[in-house]
Write a protein that binds this ligand. Structure first.
Ligand code: SF4
Ligand code: SF4
Ligand code: FES
Length: 752
């Protein structure tokens, strides 16, 4: 940005476009301002969520006093400019551009998947191209199957949107342009990885060149009903649309101009609980089980409304409510809030992608939260953000965006948080008790225990000095740590005193909503009922339980997202069995539909009293998100007492880390037919040597009472003595895992 631009950015300006007076702010392009004012300028290569590509020239306009044409997608508007978007000359040039596009693009729309939603088809008609004056020799360019997506170079118009998404958004950096005149093509440089994130690149392709392999030739676009919803798999709650025909989901699409989906959101959609009818006997038993229950255990894969039903049943029946991940997160956030005085953290995805420096701690971010990783990538690509990744394991999948990797000992997160607070609050004015807490830290000892060099922290501190716009991302490694509440306070200091935008990523599904709505208990006792969790009596959307329940894509309701937004989910597939609300009504609650509870979500936790049917669910033409509503941050009481850092209980020898492969989150993503991931214990050669395990060996170990029978596999790309233990395949037992993500591996060989 030049000096002139930075001085004027944000200033009010007035621009006249096609005779309409448009008020806006300096820094926006002519196209932005036209769209804000509902003035149509045709584009082919423009994709709102990435930087202007400026390759098609369809967006040309005239500006009075300026010779020639101007690319409106790229040119910032100046105060007083008079712009014309439509005249014969401009339209003639646009027609010629369309003719050139069509030279190389066989108009075989009858057999193309994109027909009915193709930008080229639409604009060929819009610009009245009834005949083609140009010809070019056809080349033989076979279709390439890249796994999740297929690429047809003959249909590619080289708009580069897919490449930009792969680089600027998902960060897989798999797609590149291979230049060669008419022979130019897109190449997938990482075909061996079969990145599901390429579904995001296919979504933005304006023609039928890049399509989802699974969807290809299965349906015409116009035959599919579009049902807007939100992805329930992780805490992201990303916008998605189910595309359905004859009670089957054919594909997932999204409002790709403004939002993104990861591979799980796009491909893990066949998890519905199908062919269920009303089993009266099982229902009566369920009611009886609720009547007699001492504890109700549930997973995070439920809606806000179901969480409220469970809370009301707890108040009526007095049983304990157990949801381990949500409980750990609830306690963490309560402790966090005691420092900031606010019920919610201050960070948002927007503040993250706008950041100039990002620190990630306590999360294997690439796998834990794709949507957060995408926003870190955006900050890296758009603002050259410094990205400091602090974790016991290096992650090669994010090395393209990480500028400093700080490795620490598993278990030492409290010490790491204290070191971070000390490093980043050095020159900041602090309340006396906090300053003396930091002054009393034995930095040498802490650095040694955490295995972080003091010079690494100094490099971190120095690298942030000239930056502004900081984000700190923390995740699930911290919430179930034995010292989680203390860690929460140390992290909160950085929001409160160092100006960081902090996001505490919810550990799973709707854990954030549950943690706000339910009064959760720590331990189950007595007779148990489970909802998507193993118990004496189990209700489950996975089937094969005591009473079937609908899966998330068979339910209406809301989710609470990590962006602190309450978003609606709609029914994609029918469900003919009983739902939780039926049980609740029999037990004395009274609501016709589950969504009657939407307006009753707790106001004192920031929810609004809004009817489900009144919740908006769209992005406007310039990308403002109108999905549901934002939670209101509440003031909470302060209690700025910080305990001394406890003795660090590190791990010696072989350690396992509960971590799912990219795109796998739970038993529901595990049901996906399109994401095929084996659940293996993956470790380095060094881990194999330390444990004397051989590649392919079957072992058994127990975590929180859950038995894992796993095959051990050596992954030569890994280092150190920490192995990855997936949990997504553990079905109803997954919800019983409650302890810290790292644990010593205590195993038996199969057959012993
Ligand atoms: S594959 Fe599609 S998105 Fe990519 S350059 Fe070709 S036409 Fe554009
Ligand atoms: S799994 Fe998470 S990041 Fe991926 S689309 Fe769903 S909500 Fe978004
Ligand atoms: S939209 Fe401006 S050059 Fe393509």
């Amino acid at each position: 940005m030049n000096i002139h631009n930075s001085i004027n950015k944000g200033k009010d300006i007035t621009v006249t476009i096609d005779g309409k007076i448009c008020k806006s702010t300096f820094g926006k392009t002519i196209l932005d301002i036209a769209r804000e004012n509902d003035i149509y300028i045709p584009t082919m290569c423009y994709l709102t969520k990435v930087q202007p590509i400026a390759s098609c020239r369809m967006c040309i306009v005239n500006v009075e006093g300026v010779d020639g044409v101007i690319l409106s997608c790229q040119e910032k508007a100046t105060d007083g400019a008079v712009v014309n978007t439509q005249n014969d000359e401009l339209n003639k040039e646009r027609q010629n551009i369309m003719k050139l596009y069509n030279v190389n693009h066989p108009l075989e729309c009858g057999v193309c998947d994109k027909s009915g939603e193709c930008d080229l088809q639409n604009k060929t008609i819009e610009f009245g191209l009834e005949e083609q004056g140009f010809t070019a020799r056809d080349q033989h360019r076979p279709v390439e199957n890249w796994g999740h997506v297929s690429y047809d170079p003959a249909l590619c118009i080289m708009c580069e949107k897919c490449v930009r998404v792969s680089t600027e958004i998902t960060g897989d950096e798999a797609l590149k342009v291979k230049f060669g005149g008419y022979g130019s093509t897109i190449v997938n440089t990482k075909q061996d990885k079969n990145y599901a994130s390429l579904g995001e690149a296919a979504a933005v392709c304006p023609v039928g060149a890049l399509v989802s392999t699974d969807f290809k030739y299965t349906s015409n676009a116009w035959e599919l009903s579009k049902i807007p919803s939100a992805c329930p798999h992780c805490g992201g709650g990303c916008q998605m649309t189910y595309e359905v025909k004859n009670e089957r989901i054919y594909r997932i699409s999204n409002d790709f101009e403004f939002s993104n989906l990861c591979g799980a959101g796009r491909y893990a959609f066949n998890y519905a609980n199908e062919n269920v009818s009303k089993d009266k006997e099982a229902f009566s038993k369920a009611v009886e089980a609720f009547e007699n229950a001492d504890s109700l255990i549930f997973s995070s894969q439920i809606s806000n409304e179901e969480a409220l039903i469970l809370q009301k049943l707890k108040e009526k029946k007095g049983f304990k409510l157990i949801s381990h991940e949500a409980r750990a997160y609830q306690k963490f956030m309560q402790s966090y809030s005691s420092i900031t005085g606010k019920s919610l953290y201050n960070g948002t995805l927007k503040s993250l992608s706008d950041s100039r420096a990002v620190i990630v701690m306590g999360s294997k971010i690439n796998d834990d939260s794709p949507v957060v990783k995408y926003h870190i990538n955006m900050a890296s690509k758009w603002h050259s953000a410094r990205v400091v990744y602090m974790h016991p394991l290096e992650d090669s999948e994010i090395q393209n965006i990480v500028t400093q990797f700080i490795k620490y000992e598993a278990g030492s997160e409290e010490g790491v948080s204290a070191l971070l607070a000390d490093t980043l609050l050095k020159d900041v004015e602090l309340p006396t008790e906090i300053r003396s807490f930091l002054n009393d830290l034995d930095i040498g000892n802490l650095s040694a225990e955490c295995n972080i060099g003091e010079e690494e922290l100094e490099t971190l501190r120095k690298s942030l000095i000239k930056k502004s716009g900081f984000s700190l991302i923390v995740g699930s490694d911290l919430y179930a740590h034995p010292r989680a509440e203390q860690i929460a306070k140390l992290v909160a200091l950085l929001e409160e005193y160092a100006g960081f935008n902090v996001i505490c990523i919810p550990p799973a599904g709707n854990a954030m909503g549950i943690s706000l709505i339910c009064d959760l208990d720590d331990e189950a006792e007595g007779k148990t009922v489970g909802y998507n969790a193993s118990a004496d009596f189990t209700l489950s959307a996975l089937g094969n339980s005591d009473l079937d329940m609908p899966a998330m894509n068979q339910q209406e309701g809301t989710l609470t997202t990590l962006d602190k937004r309450v978003v609606p989910m709609n029914v994609a597939l029918p469900y003919a069995g009983y739902v939780l609300n039926d049980i609740a009504n029999t037990l004395g609650l009274n609501a016709e539909y589950t969504i009657d509870y939407t307006k009753a979500l707790p106001l004192d936790k920031g929810f609004e009293a809004v009817e489900f049917d009144s919740l908006p669910d769209y992005f406007d033409t310039v990308g403002n998100e109108n999905r549901g509503y934002l939670l209101k941050t509440q003031n909470v009481s302060l209690e700025r007492e910080i305990e001394e850092v406890a003795e660090i209980d590190g791990f010696d020898g072989a350690v396992i880390y509960n971590c799912n492969p990219t795109n796998q989150f739970s038993a529901f993503t595990a049901k996906s037919k399109l994401l095929k991931d084996e659940a293996l214990l993956l470790g380095s050669q060094q881990f194999a040597t330390a444990t004397k395990l051989k590649d392919g060996e079957n072992i058994r170990y127990i975590l929180d009472g859950v038995i894992f029978d796993r095959v051990f596999k050596i992954d030569t790309s890994m280092k150190g003595t920490i192995a990855l233990n997936p949990t997504f395949d553990m079905g109803l037992s997954g919800a019983l895992l409650s302890s810290y993500r790292f644990s010593r591996l205590d195993f038996e060989r199969a057959g012993k």
